[in-house]
Design a binder for this molecule. Sequence first.
Ligand code: F0G
Length: 357
Amino acid sequence: THQWRGVIEEYRDRLPVGEHTPVVTLREGGTPLVPAQVLSERTGCEVHLKVEGANPTGSFKDRGMTMAITQAKEAGAKAVICASTGNTSASAAAYAVRAGMVCAVLVPQGKIALGKMGQALVHGSRILQVDGNFDDCLTLARELSEKYPVALVNSVNPARIEGQKTAAFEVVDALGDAPDIHVLPVGNAGNITAYWKGYQEYAVPSPQGHAAVSSRTPRMWGFQASGSAPIVRGEPVKDPHTIATAIRIGNPASWEQAERARDQSGGFIDEVTDRQILAAYRLLAAQEGVFVEPASAASVAGLLKAAEQGKVDPGQRIVCTVTGNGLKDPDWAVAGAPQPVTVAVDADAAAGSLGLA
Ligand code: F0G
């Protein structure tokens, strides 16, 4: 019998850990790569979804957090801090529990989904709601980590990128080679940076002497929400807005790295509107059976937009990462949906309501 051991143990020889490193894990990673039938038909391609909502705290952040908290523990840290639109804080809070550390989180007031707030609370983190946006939270978190004995676990911490690159390894391991195109939502731009690093590392012999695993690297396509699209605009957005609160970010920390991933891979970074995001969100749930949070649907919205623009040649192998679980932000599932019908405990009445009779 084999149980997935978490990304550090599964990819130990490609991560910055030593024999005696105290690994802090919830056995994250090993997430499903699900063939997407409807998206494949629509695009004439072979489309797969990397379902990162299947991670222990419901988002891809766990891959980076196992590395960041492990390194913090190895360095003797007693407390960690992060700025977050919700998922990073949920993940940091859970891994800090595993490590026996104090976790402080800074979130933009009123702009994080209820499920994520609930996670940070129930894992016992210390939450400060900041009168500002994510970018302000990150500025504050950086300053606190410079002045006080608390380790910063945002994706500006290189350990986060190291852990998150394992998602690219998993895609190659599952498909046998890199896809033609990899599509991602872009917020603070850590994840597109991490995937590109992972794909590049798998395409060359490893420092430990392993042969290259893949024969090539994919083109990286990133999508920001239109109201929060600094990389597309070419300048920071002062007051970012979008219903996809996870990617409501106006000045991404890994901006240059994201541009490098785009340019070195021959890809692009574009924007999708909230309307396009919500349409993709509904399509994923209603037609692919995959329930994601709105920000996650930006990748799929972007693929559909590119296909409509004729940018997607048929026959390609495409992976879209869907970054977080739909349960984190269920308001969007309920909003606009028909109200459930109430019936008595009566089979005939129930059958009538269901249209079976
Ligand atoms: N999708 C989800 C669900 C996210 O939570 C995030 C980022 C992204 C996409 C974008 O990834 O920042 O690496 O480009 N969430 C961060 C947070 C900002 O605080 O949870 P990115």
